[in-house]
Structures are given as C-alpha cells and as structure tokens.
Write a protein that binds this ligand. Structure first.
Ligand SMILES: NC(=O)c1ccc[n+]([C@@H]2O[C@H](COP(=O)([O-])OP(=O)(O)OC[C@H]3O[C@@H](n4cnc5c(N)ncnc54)[C@H](OP(=O)(O)O)[C@@H]3O)[C@@H](O)[C@H]2O)c1
Length: 391
C-alpha cells in the first residue's frame, strides 16, 4: 500500500480503462472509493504487447492490485490476439505475482460451449479451430489457473456473457443487434421463435463486484466467477421488444432457419470479398462469426456469484429495464457519428431524450454547418478568454 497524505490509499492499475467495462470501473473508482486510487494508462503508455512497458510501469508505480479488461478487436488476427489477449495478460499476471498482489482478469463466455446453466468449471476444449478471440481467452483462463497452482498467483477471473451498458465505442454484441434493427438491416428474425436463451451481464455492476473482491481478497483468490444477471433472456423476445419500442415494421416475424441464415452469411462473405477485390472496402460485422449463437442457448450459472457474499447494487435492473435508456443513448450517439444508412430519429416518435430541445451547442452546430465564418467570429469575440473557473 502506498502512503500518500494522511490516510493510506490503495492504488491499483487498470488496463483497458478506455473500454466499455474499463470505463465503468474507472468512473466507479474515481467517484465512489476515496480510499482507492486507480491509474488507467492507455495502450500507448502501457501496451500489453510490450513486456518492457509492463516492467517499467511496475518498477515505477508498484500498484496494490491489477485489473485487466483490455482486449484487442474481436476480429484481430492470430498475432495480435496472442500478443494482447494471451501473452499480454499473462505477463501482467506475472508482474502481479512478483509483487504478490491480486490480479483480476475479465474473461468471456466465448470460452464456453452452448448449453444451459454452465458452471465456472465448464469450458470448450482447446482446439485450433476456435476463433482467435475464444482461443486467446481460454488459454488465458487455463494459464492463470496453472499459475495459481504452481506459484500461488492471487487472481480472480470474471467471465462475462453478453455485456450491456452505455459508452461502448464499438458496435458489437447487443449493440450490433440494436444497430441492425434500428437501421432496418434485419428484415427477418435470425433466431428461433422460442427457446434460444442467453445470459446477459450488466457492465455498470461489475465495479461493485470487483470492489467486493478487493475487500475480501483471500476468499476470492484462485476463483472463477460468472458475472451475469440471474434470469437468462430469450433472443426473439429481446428483438421484438426493441422493435416494439421503436415502433418499427421490421424484422418481420419470419424466423429464418439456421442453415438458410448460414448460407446467406456465406454468400454475403463472398460478395464482400468480390467488392474488396474491386477496390471497395467492406466487411461483415465481426460477430457474424458467432451466427450459430443466435440459434443456440448459452446460459451461465450464477449460483457461485449468489453465494459469494456479493450484494447486487440494483437487483431489479435487467437488460429490459435498461433498454429504453440504452436505445436512446446509442441512437443519439450513432446519429451524431453519421453511422445510420436508413434511420433518422426525426421520422420516429421517440421519447424525449433523442429529441431534446436545441441548446446553445446545437445552435452553434447549425452555424458551424452553414456559416463557419460567423461562428469563428462569435467564438473569437466571446469564447476564448482565460478560463476563470480554474483560478
Ligand atoms: N463487450 C462485451 O460484450 C464483452 C463480452 C464478454 C466479455 N468481455 C470481456 O470484457 C473485457 C473488456 O471488454 P470491452 O468490451 O470493455 O473492451 P473494449 O471496449 O473493446 O476496450 C478494449 C480496451 O483494451 C485496451 N487495449 C487494446 N489493446 C491494448 C494493448 N495492446 N495494451 C493495453 N491495452 C489495450 C484498449 O485501450 P486503448 O483504447 O488505450 O487502446 C481499451 O481500453 C474483455 O476481456 C472482453 O473479453 C466483453
């Protein structure tokens, strides 16, 4: 522990702090835990690909714990997946081992087969045919267990399922589903009518669990946990709820059988390759490699989590209760980023958040669009003096 000022502070290293889950963690530790100080260097300062970055960081800062929620893009090649997700994670754990401090690692249900009520002991067989992502996550799970047994590494591994939460920079998982439905890129149902269930993980609750782990480190050392909402969710129901909330006509309730969806997917891959050869850059959404998951149940047991002493900060929150705010957040975000090809919130009777009254920033954006010289003049007259608030 580092003694700085009056009260002893625990200081932690968070790798992946700019990501979806890392962002929630950083915000939590900055606002809710005065006794814990978390540093979150970005990947330019501390890259998991560079062993020297890890060594020099640990030499300089000597953290009291490490949380790793870094990940390379899901479609990354073997080299990057290996270097960041596997070797980088293990090097970070080796550094934690050297200082004998807790190492908390975020993993994924991608290491699990389809099935119901899967436990923390379940995993896919390690096989060359796994995707780079799943392989690198599974190998990390296995090596961390080995390091615990062989050297006493104090680690806790948290497996997340389909993660929901705001501030995701990428469009993946449930966000891809939402994006495609809203942008009317899903004319029919790419799942079965009934019985395809998945587990969901609430990103905003992860920090509470990690804080609980840090307060009870001995009980959690060498343990794996599933961090999922207690109730699994039927994919068809989720799609139809989004459709109803948005008052959309599609996807129509025609359920495409898996072999047909797979053939369509293969065809699109072929078309895209053709276009790429002609010089147009295009690619399939990364998670189409998980198309099979739209047709297969995968639910994770949360029994161990329930018995861990962790108190859910908001037991009523589920993906359904969060859906309205997520839809409004992401629609506004994707519209600002000009990502939609066929959707405009103006055409929809959406709740207030996406149609909020224009404020000064929106007024300025209009001037920025139509008469930038006028905006330059306004700014230079009114908006460039010293920031007195600082003084
Ligand atoms: N999102 C999901 O749906 C989901 C589902 C299941 C499990 N998980 C797991 O949850 C964890 C976090 O996922 P996420 O969705 O929050 O990730 P994310 O939003 O994609 O963020 C990835 C983070 O990794 C960092 N990073 C990338 N390359 C790095 C490198 N070479 N060195 C150091 N940092 C690097 C990035 O930092 P910079 O921006 O500085 O490059 C970024 O902060 C991962 O372990 C993932 O497997 C996620």
């Amino acid at each position: 522990m580092n003694n700085s000022g009056k009260s002893p502070k625990i200081s932690g290293l968070l790798v992946g702090g700019s990501g979806l889950i890392g962002g929630y963690l950083l915000h939590y530790f900055k606002t809710k835990t005065p006794e814990i100080d978390v540093r979150a260097p970005n990947s330019k300062k501390l890259s998991l690909r560079e062993l020297n970055d890890i060594i020099s960081y640990f030499k300089r800062h000597k953290p009291d714990f490490v949380i790793n929620c870094a990940i390379t893009a899901i479609r990354s090649d073997a080299l990057l997946s290996y270097e960041v997700n596997y070797r980088g994670s293990i090097n970070l754990a080796r550094a934690a081992l050297a200082l004998n401090i807790p190492y908390i690692h975020i993993s994924s249900a991608a290491t699990l087969p389809p099935g119901e009520n899967l436990t923390e002991e379940d995993h896919l067989p390690l096989d060359a045919s796994l995707s780079n992502y799943a392989k690198s996550k599974l190998m990390t799970e296995m090596t961390l267990r080995h390091m615990h047994k062989k050297y006493g590494l104090q680690y806790t591994l948290i497996r997340m399922a389909i993660v929901y939460g705001a501030h995701d920079h990428k469009i993946q998982g449930i966000n891809r589903l939402l994006f495609n439905i809203v942008d009317r890129a899903m004319p029919f149902m790419l799942t079965k009518k009934k019985g395809v269930l998945h587990s969901y993980s609430n990103a905003s609750k992860v920090p509470y669990f990690i804080h609980h782990i840090l307060k009870n480190r001995d009980a959690f050392s060498g343990q794996h946990f599933h961090f999922v909402d207690p109730e699994p969710v039927e994919l068809a129901k989720l799609i139809l709820t989004i459709k109803a909330y948005m008052n959309l006509k599609t996807p129509r309730e025609i359920y495409i059988p898996y072999p047909v969806a797979k053939a369509g997917n293969n065809f699109m891959n072929w078309v895209i390759k053709l276009f790429n050869r002609l010089g147009y850059r295009a690619h399939m959404p990364a998670e189409m490699i998980f198309l099979e998951n739209f047709y297969k149940t995968q639910t994770l047991s949360c029994e161990k989590l329930k018995n861990s002493g962790f108190v859910d900060p908001d037991p009523r929150a589920t993906v359904f209760t969060e859906l309205p705010s997520l839809i409004e957040y992401y629609i506004a975000r994707w519209e600002h980023l000009n990502l939609f090809s066929s959707f405009s919130s103006k055409d929809f009777n959406l709740p207030h958040a996406t149609k909020k009254k224009a404020g000064p920033a929106e007024e300025h954006a209009k001037i920025f669009l139509n008469s930038p010289e006028k905006l330059l003049d306004i700014m230079q007259r009114e908006g460039v003096g010293p920031l007195k608030e600082i003084l």
